[in-house]
Write a protein that binds this ligand. Sequence first.
Ligand code: 4AD
Ligand code: MG
Length: 463
Amino acid sequence: METRRIVDILRNAQPDESVTIQGWVRTKRALKEFSFMEVNDGSFMANLQVVLNPDLPDYENILKQLNTGASVEVSGILAPSPGKGQRIELKASKVKVYGDANPETYPLQKKRHSFEFLRTIGHLRSRTNTLGAVFRVRNACAHAIHQFFQERGFLWVHTPIITANDCEGAGELFCVTNLNLKEIPQTEAGEIDYSQDFFGRKAYLTVSGQLQAEVMAMTFRDVYTFGPTFRAENSNTSRHLAEFWMVEPEMAFCDLSGDMDLAEEFLKYIFKSVLEKCPEDMEFFNKRIDDSVLATADNIINNEFERVTYTEAIALLEKAKRKFEYPVSWGLDLQSEHERYLAEELFKKPVIVTDYPVEIKAFYMRLNEDEKTVRAMDVLAPKIGEIIGGSQREERLDILEQRLQAQGMNPEELWWYLDLRRYGTVPHAGFGLGFERLVQFMTGMGNIRDVIPFPRAPLSAEF
Ligand code: 4AD
Ligand code: MG
């Protein structure tokens, strides 16, 4: 018999259907006349309750092996459940134990474990209710992202993970090398001779696929890239990872206002779609993790985002009746406490801040007429702060060259990027959404390390 997923059984199946399921035991209760166990196969928040009667072949022996964590296959007939909490249960006629799990050593016991502890058992933590729900919601977000762009005719392009450029110019790059670290070749000037390295030049893990996405946008108009990106920033915060996923749409013939409209429509779409697809998981987060999760989702879907310029934001922060740890003044970057004040306290919804000072933003952002600000936009979310960073790109060759030079970068290294401004340049814009920050925002999870299966952060890469 074909096995069925538990989600399908709990949502759709009727009494008297014969089914086979496979999964892992969450709990077992042995009573005198019969026993119960709860089985989970990862497809759904709830477990399927299985009733085990003593007339089951090999009952006593099997019962001994049905400990938390054991893997099983159960066949039987569905019946209405007399107990509360479930509509339907499975009366087992055959149980096969694939692998047992020693209750003396299995680390996931019935009690609640802290997220810190669960991070030390990264290979088992997805078997808990919370992490299970997180990874299902994460999957639904990824699906919604592709669906959103595909419905709108965007081409999914695959940008490289190994690159020779620092897109953000922030120097937070991981170097990729296969030089012998015990005998590093040197140039006559005493520097590392990367010409002898694998790529014949210095190479890195990418911090963003944007520059290559711009290349593809100059052919296909609307494209997006969605993949892992890497930053060697040594920030041990609840919102930074060394390896995170980024979604980056790039649109030719588009300006900053079109970019903002897309970002807003995009976030609304994802929230709506996840609420439709994972209502039980979302209710779980609202009940157990953060009781504002559903209200936040509703707020995102039904309200327009606030839009202010950086200059206006600074004025609002200066007027704020509270003390900030970091100073506020025109020209300084917004810190996460400032971002959160704007989104969480002042506007109580996402805020798009535009037109930041040229000195604090990357070289590729389009210079405004005032020559002091650039056509940047950051979407700030309550509790998270910056969730999206984007801009209209500088499409004018001469100004772009000046910006590169001003930031101490070598225009020759980006000759191909500059060529896009030589051959058929057009106004274009795009943004990057931090995928884990989105999942955090959606689920209310406090630490970004708990919304990615295998977090990479300073001093942490075990699993
Ligand atoms: O603002 P960022 O640095 O923008 C870019 O990389 C642009 N090239 C994107 C583009 O226009 N195509 O990063 C984009 C987003 C941030 O808003 C944040 O959500 C997330 O990526 N992010 C991180 N997420 C987790 N850990 C980190 N260390 C992150 N750094 C940035
Ligand atoms: Mg940014």
